[in-house]
Design a protein around this ligand. Sequence first.
Ligand SMILES: CC(C)(COP(=O)(O)OP(=O)(O)OC[C@H]1O[C@@H](n2cnc3c(N)ncnc32)[C@H](O)[C@@H]1OP(=O)(O)O)[C@@H](O)C(=O)NCCC(=O)NCCS
Length: 227
Amino acid sequence: MTKPKAKKKSKSEESKSDDLKGKGTGKGNTTAIATTTTITTTTSAKSSSEKDKATAPTANDSTGLPPIDYIGYESEHQLQGMISLIENDLSEPYSIYTYRYFLHQWPKLSFLAMDREKDKCVGVIVCRLDIHGSARSNRGYIAMLAVSKEYRKRRIGSTLVLMAIEAMKQAGADEIVLETEYTNQSAIALYQQMGFIKDKRLYRYYLNGVDAFRLKLFCKPEIGPIS
Ligand SMILES: CC(C)(COP(=O)(O)OP(=O)(O)OC[C@H]1O[C@@H](n2cnc3c(N)ncnc32)[C@H](O)[C@@H]1OP(=O)(O)O)[C@@H](O)C(=O)NCCC(=O)NCCS
């Protein structure tokens, strides 16, 4: 679903994706992760195992970078900051209903990176988890990911993705998917670093005629051959 600002996709095209058809039944609501934990870092966390504030760097470490707090979505008071960021960095003029569709049903699967000093949202990830296909797999879906331009290359994006993966795994995800423009090298590199593979190329997926890649992460170990 997510793509960089320069690219446009119509709402009708949005419906191309199985993952946008709103067929969630609410099964994704039962996520288990505690998202109220705040991760604080000035160098940005490398993995979800760093979800312990006590072990995170403090604001006074040697990096000189403003400290970033990673928090779970809590309520609509955070929504304006999220929308401003996403509207800056992603082309999609999502309606308020799109945000609410994800955030109200799967509040535990969305995370924000906050510049603590400015109390400003500088990174966001929005996800979903529901039953997919005839195999009835538990499919996580990363719908939106964006990091404010001046905060990029500090591992904020990868930290948000790791938090979302962890939350979806804890909620029982068998696999996690997303779409991105096939030319979006930074997003593809980020996701591949985390174990995502290119699953499908979606021909002319976006309104501008650009193809998308569907990237997929398998969350469960494969079942071995029956002996
Ligand atoms: C994609 C995006 C979220 C990355 O956020 P970020 O915080 O800068 O990413 P990170 O610092 O965590 O980078 C992690 C990895 O991603 C890759 N990456 C990030 N930016 C990159 C760039 N400009 N060029 C190439 N690779 C890049 C690298 O592999 C990087 O690992 P490295 O630092 O070891 O080289 C950010 O560039 C963004 O918001 N882009 C616009 C919106 C968008 O494209 N969203 C994704 C749609 S699916």
